[in-house]
Design a protein around this ligand. Structure first.
Ligand SMILES: Nc1ncnc2c1ncn2[C@@H]1O[C@H](COP(=O)(O)OP(=O)(O)OP(=O)(O)O)[C@@H](O)[C@H]1O
Ligand code: SF4
Ligand SMILES: [Mg+2]
Length: 332
C-alpha cells in the first residue's frame, strides 16, 4: 500500500538545516496497522506530514520515492495530491482533538468534508455523518453538539469519523490517544482497530508510547533522532528487540494491559538535529556503545522475517537484552 524509501526531510532555520528525518525507509502493507514510535522530536510527525504532503514551506523533502499504490507521492503536483487527500488517504493531525472548530457543530464539520471534498449533497452528507458516528460509537444526536460539549475521547472519535468520511484506504493518525486517560485510550484504539479490520484499512499510528503499539499495531517502526532504528512485526520487535533504544523504550513504559513494573527511563536526551552526531545517533545514551559506534553510522539491516535494525551490535542482541532489562545498565 505504502512504501517509503530513503525519505529525508530538512527544515530550513536561521541556525541552519534541522535534519528532522534522515533516510527513513519502511512499508505499510494493506490492511495492517503500523506504529511509528519514538521520543518527542524524533521525526514522527514530519514523516506523516511528508507522506500527506502537508509540510511547512520551510521543509525540504529529499530522497524517496514514497510510493502509494505505485505512485510517487513526493513527485505529485499539489492538484494530484489534493485529489488523493480524504478520498484515498486521510490524516488525523496531532492536535486533532483541538482542531475541531469551536464555533461550528461537530456534524457540520464532517458534512463539510463530504460536500466540499466528496461532492455529496447536504442530505447525503447528513446521512453519511450519522452512519460515521454510529461507526465510531457516538449517538447520532450528538452531531448537533459543539466540540466543547464533547469529552476528549469523543472528540478523538469524531476526528476518526471525519477521516473515514470518504472511505480512504490509508489513514495516518498522529498521536490519536496521547491526551486521553488509559481507559479512554483503549476505547479509542478499540474503535480504530475494529474499523481497520472491518474496512481493511491500512493505518499508520504515530505514538511515543510503546504500550499503544503493543496493544494496537501489527508492525512497528521505531525512530530515533530522525532515523529508523528498528522495524518489523510487533511480536518480534517488542519481544526480541535488536536495537538498544527499543530495549530501553520497552523498559520505560507501563503496559496497557498489565500493572506497571519498575519503569526505567533512558537517561539523557536526544541529540540536537541541527548538528546530529556522526556515527550512531543513539551512541551518547547507549550503554553498549563501542568505538565503532561513534565513528560510523550503522545501516538498517534486515534480518529474518523482515525484522530490521540499525545497530552495530544487533547480532549480540540476545546477550544485551537481559542487561538492558536492568536499571543499573542505564544509570550513569
Ligand atoms: N517547522 C519546523 N522548523 C524547524 N524545525 C522543526 C519544525 N518542525 C519540527 N521541527 C524539528 O524537527 C524534528 C522532528 O520534529 P517532529 O515534530 O517531526 O517530531 P515528533 O517525533 O513528531 O515529536 P513529538 O512527539 O513531540 O510530536 C524536531 O527536532 C523538531 O524540533
Ligand atoms: S550502534 Fe552502538 S551505540 Fe548505536 S545502538 Fe548499537 S551498540 Fe548502541
Ligand atoms: Mg509529533
Amino acid at each position: 500500500m505504502l512504501s517509503i524509501r530513503d525519505l529525508t526531510v530538512r527544515y530550513r532555520t536561521s541556525q541552519g538545516p534541522v535534519h528532522a528525518v534522515d533516510s527513513a525507509s519502511f512499508s505499510v502493507p494493506r490492511g495492517e496497522v503500523v506504529g511509528l514510535v519514538g521520543e518527542s522530536g524524533c521525526g514522527k510527525t514530519t514523516v506523516a506530514r511528508a507522506v500527506m504532503g502537508v509540510v511547512p514551506r520551510t521543509a525540504d523533502i529529499l530522497g524517496g520515492p514514497v510510493l502509494f499504490e505505485g505512485r510517487d507521492l513526493i513527485r505529485l503536483s499539489e492538484r494530484e495530491r489534493r485529489a488523493l487527500r480524504w478520498k484515498e488517504m486521510a490524516f488525523i493531525p496531532q492536535t486533532a482533538m483541538n482542531a475541531l472548530d469551536p464555533v461550528y457543530r461537530v456534524g457540520r464539520q464532517i458534512e463539510e468534508v463530504l460536500v466540499e471534498r466528496g461532492g455529496r449533497s447536504r442530505s447525503q452528507a447528513r446521512a453519511r455523518a450519522e452512519e460515521l458516528f454510529a461507526l465510531v460509537g457516538i449517538d447520532a444526536r450528538r452531531l448537533d453538539d459543539y466540540p466543547h460539549q464533547f469529552s476528549g475521547g469523543m472528540k478523538q472519535r469524531a476526528s476518526i469519523a471525519m477521516a473515514l468520511a470518504l472511505e480512504p484506504k490509508l489513514v495516518l493518525a498522529d498521536e490519536p490517544v496521547t491526551a486521553l486517560d488509559v481507559i479512554v485510550q483503549r476505547q479509542v484504539l478499540d474503535v480504530l482497530k475494529e474499523l481497520q479490520a472491518r474496512l481493511r484499512l491500512s493505518v499508520v499510528l504515530v505514538t511515543h508510547d510503546i504500550s499503544v503499539v503493543a496493544y494496537a499495531c501489527d508492525r512497528v517502526v521505531v525512530m530515533y533522532a530522525g532515523r529508523v532504528v528498528e522495524s518489523g512485526r510487533v511480536g518480534d520487535v517488542l519481544e526480541r528487540p535488536r536495537h538498544p533504544y527499543t530495549m530501553g523504550l520497552n523498559n520505560a513504559f507501563p503496559d496497557l494491559e498489565r500493572a506497571a513494573g519498575e519503569l526505567v527511563p533512558i537517561e539523557g536526551s536526544p541529540p540536537n538535529l541541527l548538528d546530529p552526531p556522526k556515527g550512531c545517533r543513539f551512541a551518547p545514551r547507549c550503554p553498549f556503545a563501542e568505538a565503532r559506534c561513534v565513528a560510523e553510522e550503522p545501516p538498517l539491516r534486515t534480518e529474518v522475517d523482515g525484522h530490521a535494525a540499525a545497530c552495530w551490535r544487533s547480532d549480540e542482541a540476545a546477550a544485551l537484552r537481559p542487561l538492558a532489562g536492568e536499571a543499573a545498565t542505564w544509570r550513569r
